[in-house]
Write a protein of this length. Structure first.
Length: 295
């Protein structure tokens, strides 16, 4: 005689597991989850991580905690000195326009005190992108090509741009005040900005405890040429542009390079703004005297 096990009641059918869908694209099935928040993510939302994948939001949140690389003196890290290249490209384009139009572009953009006093203040900067001849543009272009990338990497794109333009403005401003015959003097060339870069390289070298004798010799030699060469050759060189650019670039570089780390960016941009305000004020104060000479 055999015994039969009691019959089992039928078991209820188990519901199928819900297929997960991407949290950003609900119409896409996926079995991959973010390694940080574990939300399901589709291939379009996957971001490579150290282990597995992460969603875009977790990647963005993680990047906030990563300290961004900075240049030596606080600007953004520069891989390609695009500002230097842009300056050189603009100088070449303007020189080409000078050659094509004769004296038209030069007359419209060169530093000319009576025109500045009449309201054409742009000449204070546009003059720095004009050149007299091929030797002039080759010398300034070579200096910008050699020194520009070094300073741009030290200060970052924005601070270097400010240093360059304010040095050019400083040279024009000193000329606006001290040129011997402002009513007949047209000044052009990037030399003021270049001298400002010379001064900045000297300051950066001193700040980093580097050997600055080479740049000191270059500055001294160029100043000697500025003052001595015209006496023997009759060549007119704007000493005001050179000295004004040198002083402006050196002082501004001191503020940028020696700004305290705790409030570096604030101090640097206040120094840049202060230099701009001072130069603009000097120009405006001089305008009535130049206007009276013209009138």
């Amino acid at each position: 005689m055999t015994s039969q096990p009691p019959s089992q009641p039928p078991q209820p059918e188990q519901p199928a597991e819900a297929v997960p869908t991407c949290y950003r694209h609900p119409d896409r099935e996926t079995w991959v989850r973010c390694q940080r928040c574990e939300r399901p993510i589709c291939p379009d939302c996957m971001r490579d991580a150290a282990v597995g994948f992460q969603c875009p939001e977790c990647v963005a949140e993680g990047n906030k905690a990563i300290r961004q690389a900075k240049s030596t003196f606080g600007g953004g890290l520069v891989r390609t000195p695009i500002v230097t290249y842009a300056i050189l490209g603009l100088i070449v384009l303007v020189f080409g326009a000078q050659l094509l139009t004769g004296d038209v572009v030069t007359a419209e953009l060169a530093m000319y005190a009576p025109a500045v006093a009449a309201g054409e203040y742009y000449r204070l900067l546009t003059a720095a992108f004009l050149h007299q001849d091929f030797i002039h543009i080759l010398f300034n272009g070579w200096a910008i090509w050699v020194i520009g990338p070094y300073l741009e990497r030290a200060f970052g794109h924005a601070r270097f741009t400010a240093l360059y333009l304010l040095s050019a403005l400083g040279g024009s401003t000193l000329g606006f005040w001290l040129d011997a015959d402002p009513l007949r003097t047209f000044t052009l060339g990037a030399s003021g900005a270049v001298f400002g870069m010379f001064g900045a390289v000297f300051v950066v070298g001193r700040r980093l405890n580097l050997d600055v004798r080479g740049i000191a010799v270059i500055i001294a030699l160029n100043l000697a040429i500025t003052f001595v060469l015209p006496a023997f050759s009759g060549l007119r060189i704007s000493w005001t542009g050179h000295v004004g650019g040198l002083v402006t670039g050196t002082l501004l570089a001191l503020a940028l390079a020696y700004a305290p780390k705790a409030n570096r960016a604030l101090v640097q941009w206040l120094a840049i703004a202060g230099a701009l305000v001072l130069l603009v004020a000097l120009v405006l104060v001089r305008v009535p005297a130049i206007a009276s000479m013209v009138g």
